[in-house]
Design a protein around this ligand. Structure first.
Ligand SMILES: Cc1ncc(COP(=O)(O)O)c(C=O)c1O
Length: 204
């Protein structure tokens, strides 16, 4: 796992002064630093909106609720992911439907996806793992064909880039209806505590 102590020591003066600034301002909830971070991340992702929240699990829950999920709806997720992806679905009274992953990269296998889509399918949640994007182009095409939402789980691949067949490039989390990530301390962009975010990019 990540050596968090060494990471901290490497940037200690910057971290200490940023934390001291928050203590001095006593803006402990939704202070200006949160907005500043959300804006910087939106610019980095080329996303229209970034909403900071308590952790990646909450980001997934908020995304599903915002899109109007109803108890009994089905959500398709890969068999290989962190438990939070499925946990949120069950918590909301939805049904997780597991689909296969590609043995080469452990991401959702788009060729096995269509057989899992039913008239109860509410959303597909591709999980981008190990810094690599799931093969989004065929996933998005199927979602469009069956008119279902796609919510990307980016908790393990923030910053990854996907290239579409026309050469267009997009960052993980900005290719679908909503992208969700985690800033758990050991993640690729970890925070000193718990954190998460959902992002939305207006599709043209
Ligand atoms: C793929 C995946 N999804 C969701 C989460 C949940 O994020 P958090 O721990 O910030 O709630 C994680 C965290 O480990 C994860 O790896």
């Amino acid at each position: 796992m990540a050596d968090l102590h060494t990471q901290y020591l490497r940037i200690k003066p910057e971290i200490d002064s940023a934390i001291q600034e928050v203590l001095d301002s006593t803006a402990f909830i939704q202070g200006p630093q949160v907005n500043q971070f959300a804006n910087s991340l939106a610019a980095y992702l080329d996303s229209n909106f970034v909403i900071a929240c308590a952790n990646g699990t909450d980001a997934l829950q908020i995304a599903m609720m915002a899109l109007g999920c109803k108890p009994g709806d089905e959500v398709i997720i890969p068999v290989h992911t962190y438990v939070a992806t499925a946990e949120v679905i069950v918590l909301l009274g939805l049904k997780p439907v597991f689909t296969e992953v590609d043995a080469k990269n452990f991401n959702l296998d788009a060729s096995k996806l269509e057989e899992k889509i039913s008239d109860r399918t509410f959303a597909i949640v591709p999980v981008h793992l190990y810094g690599q994007c799931a093969d989004m182009e065929p996933i998005l095409a199927l979602a469009k064909k069956y008119n279902v939402h796609v919510i990307e789980d980016v908790a393990q691949a923030l910053g990854a880039v996907y290239t579409f067949s026309n050469g267009e490039k997009k960052r993980a989390g900005t290719m679908s209806t909503i992208g969700c990530t985690s800033f758990f301390p050991s993640k690729s962009l970890g925070c000193f505590g718990d954190g998460g975010q959902s992002s939305h990019r207006i599709q043209h």
